[in-house]
Design a binder for this molecule. Sequence first.
Ligand SMILES: Nc1ncnc2c1ncn2[C@@H]1O[C@H](COP(=O)(O)OP(=O)(O)OP(=O)(O)O)[C@@H](O)[C@H]1O
Ligand SMILES: O=c1ccn([C@@H]2O[C@H](COP(=O)(O)O)[C@@H](O)[C@H]2O)c(=O)[nH]1
Length: 246
Amino acid sequence: MKAAMTRGGDLDRGWVYIYFMNLVIFAAADTRLPNLTCWDSMADASKDIVDGFPGDKKITVVFVLGGPGSGKGTQCAMIVEHYNFTHLSAGDLLRAEIKSGSRNGVMIQKMMNEGKIVPPEVTIKLLQRAMLDSAHDKFLIDGFPRDEENRAAFENITKIEPEFVLYLDCPEDELERRILSRNQGRADDNIETMRKRFRVFKESSLPVIKHYNLKGKVRKVDAAKPVDEVFEDVKKVIFVPLIAEV
Ligand SMILES: Nc1ncnc2c1ncn2[C@@H]1O[C@H](COP(=O)(O)OP(=O)(O)OP(=O)(O)O)[C@@H](O)[C@H]1O
Ligand SMILES: O=c1ccn([C@@H]2O[C@H](COP(=O)(O)O)[C@@H](O)[C@H]2O)c(=O)[nH]1
């Protein structure tokens, strides 16, 4: 009897064990639910980088490329005063991402400090969000795409090809002089990082310019001249024949 009771007790304990194990499994499944939801919402969050642009709105993009300090930001600011364009600087968007404390911030900061190019999925997502948030349909995209990987990814994801590329051509010694006297507190404006950035420009960004040149899409300007003279060339040679002044 005692043995039977014990066996019975063992059986009871067995059922209790199974019951609790089931509870644990259900509870575990339950705690996984928010994770699954989180994955779903992550998929949603990344949706905007894979779906191109909504509607039939025609988006006009001009890429503005040139070495570090060639005057991309300066010329873009002048262009938006005269033409109906919105200026998006890839570098500024990345710096804002660092400041926002996002989980990519540390990685972006490290890449920038070394003059390296941030992975396309990060930069394209920021650009695409900025374009979607804007009511505009004409964009000057400054400092992007920095390499062939970024160029191909941008075209594949957004289905946008630039109208043309504004290439600000400037020799290295002038770029160095400008960067070292810019005085905006940028961590990458020092001689060592500047040289790395220039090397990356030659090795990775020039092939992008060559790619578009083969398609007849590059408008090159001598950016070593004084600011106003560069703008005269930008204006007369490039924008006037193509786009009406506002
Ligand atoms: N044509 C020019 N002549 C002399 N100085 C210039 C000229 N254009 C811009 N600068 C100056 O050179 C510095 C770099 O210019 P800017 O920030 O416009 O270059 P950038 O190409 O946007 O640089 P980065 O790629 O590093 O962001 C600034 O201090 C700016 O005032
Ligand atoms: O498409 C881009 C643009 C920029 N970066 C990184 O940012 C720095 C600074 O860019 P600026 O255009 O000079 O403001 C650049 O050296 C890269 O490290 C990038 O990775 N991708």
